[in-house]
Ligand binder design. Structure first.
Ligand SMILES: Cc1cc2nc3c(=O)[nH]c(=O)nc-3n(C[C@H](O)[C@H](O)[C@H](O)COP(=O)(O)OP(=O)(O)OC[C@H]3O[C@@H](n4cnc5c(N)ncnc54)[C@H](O)[C@@H]3O)c2cc1C
Length: 416
């Protein structure tokens, strides 16, 4: 009976933001319902490793129910949220209705193809486990097909891998794929001349990882080039039919693989809400992360749009989602206790991107690092941040194995 009287906090999304908010409310006098369409939390920064056969899904995902085993004020429900009624204060999930006193909307993002339909239909992307596995199956299958293809043009198209988007995901995927080819596939396919294989990274602008300092952007380019990645700047893609990449300047690249990493926008559910949205379809929030017309609703992470003190929109990064998850939970406590809401201030912990097996670029504590030291920082931080002791251990062993033996261990084609 008493439990029923506690304020009910519904959290939509068990990603970085939702998970953090739920944990932060562990000792609050609230009843929490955490909802996600998947029964696991996914560590998206390592998804590209699944796509290039470096890790298996179970190493980058962890069951939500296991994470919250000890949290008595929380129950988890797996389901798809299709609508939210802000006036009546309920959400609709798979046909049922769940009422809330406070809502934390942490639904994350989805891949943005910017309306280029041919790319949406034919490209691969890396956003969830399904898309990462599809990419892995496709890449590995092409090596099988190429190994028995006599026609040189067809073989070259099979072995030309185009990655679009010079942000951290594009850079990381390109570097890792180039290494998979030169260090692993070379040994595995002696009948193939892997020098025929090309990894191209297409960037519409004139710089890689645009938000990083100049020196790191240059270091990134050098590190990628050392790994034989061909970087093309000012290369704006306008179409892809599964065989040929067409560029705005009239150029074309014959390729059976396009991996699209060039855009993210807010999750589908956000499109149905009828609230003010800003860049990338994200929900514009007030300074304390609330919806202006519905202060009991907090929007956080990739789904939320908020500007920093310089008028720049906060990036779609796990670090933002995590800090906002904490801030929203604290503000809900304040609201329940009758206190005033605190505006959210993002504290930038730095930037990190890896380029293959032993190189990375990092900006941490105001200092820039590149090369092996940055890679060690990247490994340490990612191991620390992956959820679950077993996962940490297995990923560490996997990487150590890879590092010493140049060998990716999960090259299974699992397509039915
Ligand atoms: C390939 C890749 C690499 C990345 N690398 C980095 C990196 O190196 N560093 C970094 O800081 N960030 C990185 N990011 C970005 C980072 O993952 C996101 O910023 C972060 O996940 C956002 O957290 P979130 O809580 O807003 O959403 P998410 O973590 O995406 O979680 C949203 C959750 O909501 C659920 N959901 C959505 N809609 C519904 C619905 N209608 N019903 C039920 N459940 C729903 C989803 O299943 C998901 O679990 C990367 C992202 C990708 C895709």
């Amino acid at each position: 009976m008493i439990a029923q009287k506690l304020p009910h906090v519904v959290i939509l999304g068990a990603g970085f933001g939702g998970l953090t908010a739920a944990k932060k409310l562990k000792h609050a006098h609230v009843r929490i319902t955490l909802i996600d369409r998947h029964n696991y939390h996914l560590f998206q920064p390592l998804l590209y490793q699944v796509a290039i056969a470096g890790l298996i899904p179970a190493q980058v995902a962890y069951p939500v129910r296991t994470i919250f085993r000890g949290q008595k004020n929380l129950s988890f429900q797996m389901g798809d949220v299709t609508a939210i009624d802000f006036e009546a204060r309920y959400i609709k999930m798979d046909g049922s209705v769940i009422a809330y006193d406070y809502l934390i909307l942490a639904a994350g993002g989805q891949t943005n193809f910017f309306g280029i339909e041919s790319v949406q239909e034919n490209a691969f992307y890396i956003k969830d486990i399904r898309s990462a596995i599809a990419t892995r199956n496709h890449l590995l299958s092409l090596f099988e097909r190429a190994s028995r293809e006599a026609d040189a043009d067809k073989r070259r198209a099979m072995l030309t891998f185009v990655i679009v988007g010079g942000g951290p995901t594009g850079v990381e995927t390109a570097g890792a794929l180039a290494e998979l080819i030169t260090h692993v596939m070379r040994k595995e396919y002696p009948e193939l001349d892997v020098r025929e294989a090309r990894v191209l990274l297409l960037e519409a602008g004139d710089a890689l990882i645009a938000s990083y300092p100049d020196a790191l952007r240059r270091a990134t380019l050098t590190l990628l080039q050392k790994k034989q990645v061909e970087v093309m700047f000012n290369a704006r893609l306008i179409g892809y039919d599964g065989q040929r990449v067409t560029l705005a300047d009239g150029g074309a690249i014959e390729s059976n693989t396009l991996i699209w990493t060039a855009g993210v926008k807010a999750a589908e559910v956000v499109e149905t809400l009828g609230v003010e949205r800003a860049g990338a379809g994200r929900v514009r929030t007030g300074a304390s992360l609330q919806l202006p017309a519905h202060p009991e609703v907090y929007v956080i992470g990739d789904a939320a749009y908020l500007e920093d003190e310089h008028g720049q929109s906060l990036p779609m990064l796990s670090t933002v989602a995590i800090q906002q998850g904490k801030a929203a939970a604290d503000n809900i406590r304040r609201a329940i206790g009758g206190g005033t809401q605190k505006p959210f201030v993002y504290r930038d912990p730095g930037l990190l991107a890896t380029i293959g097996r032993n190189a990375a670029v990092a900006r941490i504590w105001g200092l820039s690092f590149s090369g092996f030291i940055a890679w060690l920082i990247w490994v340490g931080l990612h191991i620390y941040r992956i959820i679950g002791f077993r996962n940490r251990l297995v990923v560490l062993i996997n990487w150590a194995w890879d590092y010493f033996f140049y060998d990716n261990q999960v090259r299974l084609i699992t397509r039915e």
